[in-house]
Design a protein around this ligand. Sequence first.
Ligand SMILES: Nc1ncnc2c1ncn2[C@@H]1O[C@H](COP(=O)(O)OP(=O)(O)OP(=O)(O)O)[C@@H](O)[C@H]1O
Length: 243
Amino acid sequence: MQTTTIQATPFAVSMDQVGKDYGKVAALDGVSWGFRRGSFTAIMGQSGSGKSTFLHCASGLDRPTRGTVRLGDIDLAGLKEAELTRLRRERIGFVFQGYNLVPSMDVRRNITLPLFLGGRKADEGWLEEVVHRVGMADRLHHRPSELSGGQQQRVAVARALVTRPEIIFADEPTAALDPRSAGHVLRLLREAVDQTGQTIVLVTHDPAAAAWADSVVFLGAGRIVDELVAPTAEAVLHRWDTL
Ligand SMILES: Nc1ncnc2c1ncn2[C@@H]1O[C@H](COP(=O)(O)OP(=O)(O)OP(=O)(O)O)[C@@H](O)[C@H]1O
C-alpha cells in the first residue's frame, strides 16, 4: 500500500532570487536562502551591504522587486496588504534596537499587545512561562519609563515570543545595551531556539552577538558572500577582515 506523506518545508522562511531596487541601486541582488526551523542565524555585513533591506523583505515588512519569499509554504507576494499585516502579527515576531514599547501601557499589556491586536486571548500558562523566562514577573505593572534599557528589551523579546511565532527577526537588538544586558537578551534568544525550537534571525554589527548564533551569513553589495557555521567572535572578526 502506498501512503502519501505531506512534508512541511524544513524552512521557516525561504527566499528565492530575491532582489530589491531603490531607483538604480540594487539593495538586494538575487538572494536565495532558507532559514531552517529551530535555527539561529546572524546576518552581518558592512554598512550599506543590504542587511536592513534583507530583513525587511524576509519578514514581509517590505515587498521585493523580484523573486519569491515564503513563510513556510506561503508565498508572501500572493497576499493582500491586510493579509500580510495579519500574518506578520500572528506568525512573525520582531525585536528592534529601539524596543518600540507603548509608553502608556504597563509591561503585561505591552507583552500581550500582539494578542490583543489579533483578537486573541492570552494562553496564561505560556504567558507566565515567557514572563518568567525574561525575568519580568515582578515588573508586570511597571511602565517602560520605569525600566532600564535592558529590561525594556527583555519585554520586547517577551512580546515577540508571546504569539509563538514561526520566526523572530531581531534588528540590532543589543546595539544600545551594555555588554551584560546585551548578553542577557542574546541568551534569551538562544534559549528560545534551544528550549522551544524557535527560529531566530539576528542582524548585528557585533561579532560577540553573532557568536550566539548557529551560523553567520555575510552580505556584501546586496548578495550573500559567505557563511560561517558554529561561529566564535574571533572567527567572525577574522572572516570580516577577509571579506
Ligand atoms: N528607502 C531607500 N531609498 C533609497 N535607497 C535605499 C533605501 N533603503 C536602502 N537604500 C540603499 O540600499 C542599500 C542597502 O541599504 P541597507 O539599509 O539595507 O543596508 P544595511 O546593511 O542595513 O546598512 P547599515 O548597516 O548602515 O544599516 C544602500 O545603498 C542604501 O543606500
